[in-house]
Design a binder for this molecule. Structure first.
Ligand code: SAM
Length: 288
């Protein structure tokens, strides 16, 4: 089972708002935002030194991101979480509540993957409540995250909070930490910030967050398999010290293309197929 049917209602909500705001031009706005992503993410552009931040503020950009990436990114991360589970990374989740932080968590791919993982656990192995916090630059994702959390109602209660931080601006992150978290997730985040102009701030921020993680907590990293990206992450981990590597792999990950009718309709309208494969590099670490 993949994630496309779970993403459809989120995309439909953005689609409705887009039609109200842009009328007949809406589909063209989304297509142009999809093309901008291909340029921004393609040909190793993310890793060009001193490039500018990607701006996720516009409604069309958000709809394009949700359409193209959310289901795939959730599926890839779910595979990584399952690998972590095989290595015992999630043995201690049988608590009343757990706290999870996703840095660069965006519109909810990481949350969808986490909830799917928890649903694979027996009731006596999983928490009743997940306190899920996103640290991200784009405050517009908060509303979408709340919709994602609402759509997952049932087995597990989710409390979503959002803290707007920009890792390139120390004034926004100096108070942030992860000392209460059981799990810290970075899914397709490091590639986006590891080559930015404000390199010193980004490094310090990641070092601070990784350094604040408490003993026995888990850190999950998943990104594209570019050495300059995963080495960047590995270097930050090494500079902090005290982590055991439960999983450290590079592998092709494929998403289940379980498109529903709504997604098929959007694929016809936008003339694109969402991302279904990732040449991935991922890590699951435990703080010792
Ligand atoms: C490629 S998206 C990944 C989102 C989600 N984790 C996923 O896999 O679908 C990158 C995320 O990083 C956030 N981001 C980009 N630059 C940032 C910065 N300087 N500080 C904090 N967050 C940033 C974006 O808003 C976006 O949510």
């Amino acid at each position: 089972m993949g994630f496309f049917p779970s993403v459809s209602p989120i995309l439909a909500g953005l689609d409705r708002q887009g039609v109200v705001a842009h009328g007949d031009d809406w589909d063209d706005c989304v297509v142009s935002a999809i093309l901008n992503f291909s340029t921004a993410y393609g040909n190793g552009n993310l890793l060009k030194t001193n490039r500018k931040l990607i701006d996720y503020g516009a409604l069309s950009t958000q709809a394009a991101y949700v359409f193209m990436y959310v289901a795939g990114h959730a599926d890839f991360l779910f595979s990584v979480l399952q690998r972590g589970r095989e290595e015992g990374a999630f043995d201690g989740l049988d608590q009343d509540e757990i706290r999870v932080t996703s840095i660069g968590g965006g519109p909810g791919s990481d949350l969808l993957a986490l909830v799917r993982l928890l649903r694979t656990l027996r009731p006596d192995e999983r928490p009743r409540l997940v306190k899920y916090r996103v640290l991200d630059k784009q405050p517009n994702w908060h509303e979408i995250l709340l919709t994602v959390a609402e759509s997952q109602r049932g087995t597990i209660d989710i409390e979503v909070s959002f803290q707007s931080i920009d890792v390139t601006d120390p004034d926004t992150w100096h108070g942030a930490g992860c000392k209460n978290d059981d799990l810290l997730i970075m899914n397709f985040f490091v590639s986006e910030v590891c080559k930015l102009r404000e390199a010193a701030s980004v490094k310090k921020c990641l070092k601070k967050l990784l350094g604040s993680v408490r003993t026995d907590a888990t850190v999950v990293f998943n990104d594209s398999n570019f050495p300059s990206c995963y080495k960047y992450f590995d270097d930050r981990v090494e500079s902090v010290g005290g982590y055991a590597r439960l999983v450290s792999e590079s592998l092709r990950l494929d998403a289940n293309p379980d498109f529903d009718e709504y997604f098929r309709d959007c694929m016809a309208r936008f003339g694109r197929t969402p991302k279904l494969g990732s040449n991935a590099a991922y890590r699951v670490l435990k703080k010792k």
